[in-house]
Design a protein around this ligand. Structure first.
Ligand SMILES: Cc1cc2nc3c(=O)[nH]c(=O)nc-3n(C[C@H](O)[C@H](O)[C@H](O)COP(=O)(O)O)c2cc1C
Length: 391
């Protein structure tokens, strides 16, 4: 007998899952379209403008960014310089109310830019906030950084550079049977300077890892059941090939069922699903399975939480993820418990205490799961020309 599974849809209503026939779903491809991920083709061969800064930017846009917002804008109007701005339309005011993750993501971009410059024997001198820092919570149109480029044959290439094209955020199930060896932790630690504190926990410390898992699940539940934070995620959710190709940003979801439901108007992203709906409970169950499959967690902590420190943390995060990639590891940030909106106060305090934040100002900038997993495809990126500020 066919099991009829009733799905409570986002925005209300139910549908018998059995009525969504495999024939209807077969038209939905689960592959991220090639066009949306063309930025991951060797940029050396695809950028032929002759302006080396285009080449550098085409690598920097492969950096990780919270929710894949790609909020970077570059101004190339001054020779030998790249001015980095933040696109005010690409922020996460609900889940990242102080734009901390946005600054971390700008740090990731700058680190990849510097690595690419070294590859071309260029020194990249960075001045942060050359016209002053923005006040309050939202970047205000002033530049985040000015990067001055000069030829310097004494700069050495960064050994992590080749990992840029291999690095992907892996949200899959990890292999719980396969611990992360200490040599890999050493390699990750060695990729960082001392401006950030690097920590990790493995299954050898059963009690601590159980606490990490518990906090991750609790924080995710809060995010998924707080209407305004779910709606913010929906805003950046790209469902199916059509939407992914049209936007080439955000989080791609290619699974046939939600794509189908969306096409037939039964997945309403203008309303948050009820906490007991199938949409919510199945998402939480799926996340819990992934957390249970995770053999290790890692984090980056800073002494203070200034804007410059957030950018330094982003630079370190990019290096840490590239170093993990070089070891063949899968890695996925878990930002929910680090987010500063009021409902996350409990998990925020718990994870800070668990990772050893004792002094005032000490801030956990990144927290992530680490392990071995099946590889995943790259995430979309917009065309590199989309990042260049027009006059
Ligand atoms: C500051 C920051 C926070 C992030 N938080 C999360 C997160 O909570 N969950 C997650 O799955 N990925 C998270 N990511 C990863 C981004 O979603 C990812 O970089 C983006 O989707 C692009 O994909 P890619 O890293 O595979 O290129 C985060 C990345 C950064 C830089």
């Amino acid at each position: 007998m066919q099991r009829r599974k009733f799905i409570r849809l986002a925005g209300g209503g139910t549908i018998a899952a059995a009525t969504v026939s495999s024939a209807a779903l077969s038209g939905c491809s689960t592959r991220v379209p090639d066009e949306a991920i063309e930025a991951w083709q060797d940029p050396y061969n695809t950028v032929t403008s002759g302006d080396v800064r285009h080449w550098l930017v085409s690598y920097a846009i492969l950096a990780p960014h919270s929710h894949n917002l790609q909020s970077w804008v570059v101004d190339l109007r001054r020779p030998f310089e790249i001015w980095l701005y933040c696109d005010p339309a690409r922020l996460l005011p609900q889940t990242d109310p102080h734009a901390r993750q946005i600054m971390v993501s700008h740090g990731c971009f700058l680190e990849l830019l510097v690595m690419a410059a070294k590859e071309r024997a260029l020194r990249a001198d960075i001045t942060l906030f050359p016209q002053g820092e923005f006040e309050g919570d939202t970047p205000d149109g002033r530049p985040i950084a000015r990067v001055h480029l000069s030829t310097d044959t004494s700069v050495s290439k960064d050994p992590l550079f080749p990992q840029i094209l291999q690095r992907h955020t892996n949200r899959g199930l990890y292999d719980i049977q396969r611990p992360v060896p200490s040599s890999d932790w050493l390699a990750m630690g060695a990729s960082l300077d001392t401006s950030v504190r690097f920590g990790f926990v493995t299954q050898e410390d059963e009690e601590a890892i159980a606490k990490h898992r518990k906090i991750a699940n609790a924080a995710y539940r809060i995010e998924m059941t707080t209407p305004r934070t779910v709606l913010e995620s929906y805003r950046w959710l790209r469902l199916g090939a059509g939407e992914v190709n049209a936007h080439r940003d955000g989080i791609s979801l290619m699974a046939p069922l939600p794509v189908f439901l969306s096409k037939v108007g039964l997945f309403d992203r203008s309303k948050a699903p009820a906490p007991d709906s199938y949409a919510t409970t199945s998402e939480l169950e799926d996340f819990a399975k992934k957390i249970a499959s995770t053999p290790a967690f890692t984090w980056l902590m800073t002494r203070d939480n200034s804007r410059a420190t957030q950018i330094a943390a982003g630079r370190a995060w990019a290096r840490l993820q590239l170093a993990a990639t070089a070891q063949g590891l899968a890695i996925q940030p878990l930002s929910q418990a680090l987010q500063e909106y009021p409902e996350q106060q409990g998990p925020y305090g718990d994870i800070h205490r668990l990772c050893g934040a004792a002094a005032t100002g000490q801030t956990l900038q990144m927290w992530a799961r680490v392990g071995y997993a099946q590889p995943v495809p790259p995430a979309p990126r917009r065309r590199f020309t989309d990042f260049i500020r027009k006059a």
